[in-house]
Design a protein around this ligand. Structure first.
Ligand code: IMP
Length: 449
């Protein structure tokens, strides 16, 4: 399959990093198409754990080319930080990593505006990863964003930065006047850090400083900056394999997730086309990843969430802490309604189930097969957030296996109960199971076909 898309089918953190790492063995090029450094893709190679935020996981496979597509919002500081961390681990990055000239750039203003907006939302806040993702996409859609190619032209950069700085300053001042923020946040002394009531630095950086530092970062990006669409279409034309690496998950997609408790990009398979410049007719296969249970970080509805004690037990068993922010993840039972929704939205043809081993010691497993809402049975995901907050999950109960599955390398090695659990998931979500991950290491995997 020359062009293959891999997507998350839940609220992110499905274990995509490991699956991408395995699939990238067959690919010549691996490309990220949306999101930014809010992602945290964990890969365990040779006993060593590496977490990638912005750079495709394929970088860990020597000789593979890696691309950051136009649909990604790039924080240059985070990018160079990640490159340095990889080089420290003796991963060769130079000559293998390329960034789209049209990708949008995250500036310090975006992180600042995000902090302010989250504070203003109070208990309705999204619980973002704090990487400036939402404001950067907002400026992109608002036609005022800075693109990678703009970093090479000081005049354009100066004009755009001035507008973004003014926008951030006005927002903070306005909110302060309305009492949404402490008044000291607006009385800026240029160049001096300021603190909000929670000791937060709400200083708006001087535009001239930003122009200087981002023009310098631009010079460092220049050797990597390419037309990703041209490069990928050329590779596909030569019969090479390209893997499109989705970040976050379908339920965090800005169109198909639990809006507004979502990220600001299209994490779904369609995003692979708009985020790279490769047309839909070029795509051959869409693969999904689902964890054997469900987690979510940040706020928003989560129908199968477990009560605190049981959630904490699953969190400890599965080491469910955010790979980017370290935040504890909320944990719950497998929800077939949301994964069925994702299988349809993405056109998933094969599904990987991950972290089956985390359920080793659970006596009875619940799978949510549908929801009830105001006396009605729902087998599909409701669009209304209000409804999604109030639905009651209907469960099917399956026996657990109460032994380790970590050593299993083929499906015959699995206890009957574990195999039945996975098969039932496949039936309920309407997807062929392609692989089962039974541990964090590359080799702890059962491939079915
Ligand atoms: P943002 O993407 O930082 O704007 O955050 C929006 C929502 O998406 C928050 O609930 C985040 O916790 C969540 N989110 C963003 N990236 C990831 C991810 O890679 N894994 C899981 N949740 C994420």
């Amino acid at each position: 399959m020359p062009a293959r898309v891999l997507v998350g089918t839940q609220w992110g953190d499905e274990g995509k990093g490991k699956i991408i790492d395995i699939l990238s063995e067959e690919a010549s090029a691996i490309v990220r198409y949306q999101g930014g450094a809010n992602a945290g893709h964990t890969v365990v190679v040779g006993g060593k754990t590496l977490i990638l935020h912005l750079i495709p996981c394929g970088i860990l496979r020597p000789g593979k080319l890696c691309y950051i597509g136009n649909g990604v919002v790039v924080d240059p500081e985070a990018l160079f930080h990640e490159i340095a961390a990889l080089e420290k681990e003796n991963v060769q990055v130079e000559g293998r990593l390329f960034v789209s000239l049209s990708a949008h750039v995250i500036l310090p203003y975006h992180r600042l505006v995000e902090r302010v907006m989250e504070r203003l939302l109070g208990n309705r806040r999204i619980g973002t990863a704090g990487r400036g993702i939402g404001p950067a996409y907002r400026d992109k859609a608002g036609r005022m964003g800075v693109r990678v190619c703009d970093l090479f032209d000081r005049r354009v950069l100066r004009e755009k930065v001035a507008v973004l700085a003014e926008q951030a300053r006005m927002l903070i001042e306005r909110l302060s006047e309305e009492g949404g923020l402490a008044s000291e946040s607006s009385s800026r002394v240029p160049g001096a850090p300021e603190s909000g009531p929670e000791g937060e630095d709400l200083r708006v950086d001087e535009p001239s400083d930003i122009v200087e530092s981002y023009a310098a970062l631009g010079e460092r990006i220049r050797p990597m900056a390419v037309d990703v669409s041209l490069e990928l279409n050329r590779a596909l034309g030569e019969g090479k394999h390209v893997l499109f690496e989705g970040a976050q998950g379908t339920l965090l997609d800005v169109d198909f997730g639990t809006y507004p408790y979502v990220s600001s990009s299209n994490a779904t398979a369609g995003g692979a086309c708009t985020g790279t410049g490769v047309g839909p007719t070029m795509m051959d296969e869409v693969l999904g990843v689902a964890k054997a249970y469900t987690t979510r970080v940040g706020n928003g509805p989560f129908p199968t969430e477990l009560p605190p004690e049981a959630s904490a037990a699953l969190r400890e068993a599965g080491a469910e802490y955010g790979a980017t922010t370290g935040r504890p993840r909320r944990c719950g039972w497998f929800d077939a309604v949301i994964v069925r929704h994702s299988v349809r939205i993405n056109g998933v043809s094969g599904l990987f189930i991950t972290k089956l081993d985390v359920l080793n010691n659970v006596e009875e497993l619940n799978i949510c097969t549908g929801y009830s809402y105001e006396g009605e049975h729902l087998s599909d995901f409701p669009a209304s957030l209000e409804a999604m907050f109030r639905v009651e999950p209907s469960y099917e109960i399956l026996p657990g296996w109460q032994c380790s599955v970590n050593e299993a390398r083929k499906k015959e090695d699995l206890p009957r109960e574990a195999l039945k659990y996975v098969h039932r998931i496949g039936e309920l979500v309407g997807a062929r199971i392609k692989g089962i991950s039974v541990g964090s290491a590359r080799e702890e995997m059962i491939l079915l076909d």
